[in-house]
Design a protein around this ligand. Structure first.
Ligand code: AMP
Length: 397
């Protein structure tokens, strides 16, 4: 079964075709600047990369162009669109309407539109993309795989906010969590590695956006992101946890509109706000060169993560494994080092030497043999989770 995986952003569209026989990646790519001058498609087959510019005004144009490329003689990997047996769409948010991936029908589209209030940047584009895809390929089944549903096993004491209960009832204001496909993928891999279903682990997805999840016996019991991806850790441009009264001061004293203040917390804070760069590599580079703000930023980054690790350790009553994944978690030895320093009291005997030696993006064990807690690096594969869920649901349809 060949599955097309689609991950749409507000002005971008990432895609992969995966042949589920052997879970083989046939090609991947990204359409960027949709609706803006200079829109283009970057397409990769094996190690060859192609960049093709093309005017694309909306996601329908982008999908049509992508399908032309996928079936073209020059760049194609399929002869005909009908070789695609199913399409898996990444969707930001299911609200409380679904607690797992679902086959898309009119009702699912309606629910996605309704839930756009929780993700006004991503959800409208993702829903447009689902509709456009349905129009272009009406006979091919589609599945929605949500970023939050892995966390739907959280108990109310973890997901409720202590705000008036009616606001939960009427608006479903609560913690949902994100990066679910990534936490699911790496936690399943870690369970296989540990060789037992009974396990307590903390999965650390650290990238431009970052989140931690406490996973017991394969089920999420808590996670650091909230109603939106703004809550939790300090990220590339997001503040993470903050006293909501900061907004009041930004609005009343700095003279910002509420939208501007929220934009500041989402896009101008985090690493960028503290030291002027949002890429972790640049933060490290500046800190190593003696930049005090960058050093502070690194310190804040590791401190916040340690606080979450400590609290998850406490609620799980112990820990079998910590798993690193995401751009920083997989690739940054210094990122992992600053987080693991000083956690010996939790039974973590981290192998700093092995950490230094680790080549980019590889599976690795970074604990010493004596360590009670295993420390693993597991490269994530969110698209594969989407393809697997899609195959499963379409097969059972
Ligand atoms: P992601 O959002 O998962 O793609 O991760 C992006 C983040 O990973 C950025 O902050 C990058 O600086 C960081 N990153 C990617 N590659 C490396 C690397 N080789 N070393 C350190 N950080 C990296």
């Amino acid at each position: 079964m060949k599955i097309l995986v689609i991950n749409a952003g507000s002005s971008s569209l990432k895609y992969q075709i995966i042949d589920m026989k052997g879970e083989k990646l046939l090609c991947k790519g990204i359409v960027e600047r949709i609706g803006f001058p200079g829109s283009m498609l970057e397409h990769k087959i094996r190690d060859e990369k192609y960049k093709i510019t093309q005017k694309m005004d909306n996601h329908t144009d982008a999908l049509n162009f992508m399908l032309n490329i996928l079936t073209s003689k020059e760049y194609g990997v399929i002869k005909d669109v009908n070789e695609i047996e199913a399409v898996g769409h990444r969707v930001l948010m299911s609200g409380e309407d679904f607690d797992s991936s679902v086959v898309i029908d009119d009702n699912v589209i309606k629910v996605c539109r309704k839930n756009s209030i929780y993700g006004p940047l991503h959800m409208p584009a993702q829903t447009d993309c689902i509709e456009a895809c349905g129009q272009i390929m009406p006979d091919i089944p589609m599945v929605a795989v949500f970023d939050n549903t892995f966390h739907s096993t959280m108990p109310p004491k973890a997901f409720m906010y202590a705000i008036p209960y009616e606001d939960y009832q009427n608006y479903k204001l609560r913690k949902y969590g994100f990066h679910g496909t990534s936490h699911k993928y790496v936690s399943q891999k870690a369970i296989k590695y540990l060789g037992k279903e009974n396990s307590r682990m903390i999965t650390c997805h650290l990238g431009n956006g970052s989140s931690l999840a406490a996973v017991v016996n394969g089920k999420c019991i808590d996670t650091s992101m909230g109603l939106t991806p703004l809550e939790g850790l300090i990220m590339g441009t997001r503040s993470g946890d903050i006293d909501p009264m900061v907004l009041d001061l930004l609005v009343k004293h700095k003279g910002m509109s509420l939208d501007e203040a929220l934009d500041s917390l989402n896009k101008k804070s985090g690493f960028l706000g503290i030291c002027g760069v949002n890429d972790f590599r640049d933060v490290v580079h500046l800190a190593e060169g003696g930049n005090k703000r960058a050093a502070l930023c690194l310190d804040m980054f590791q401190y916040r993560i340690k606080k979450y690790i400590g609290s998850y350790y406490a609620i799980m009553g112990g820990l079998d494994a910590i798993v690193f994944t995401g751009g920083i978690g997989e690739n940054s030895a210094i990122g992992r080092k600053v987080i693991m320093e000083g956690l010996e009291h939790l039974g973590i005997d981290f192998d700093f030497e092995a950490n230094n030696q680790l080549k980019k993006g590889k599976f690795a064990e970074l604990h010493k043999p004596s360590s009670k807690v295993k420390v693993l690096v597991i490269p994530t594969n969110e698209e594969l989770v989407i393809a697997r869920d899609t195959q499963e649901l379409v097969k059972n349809k």
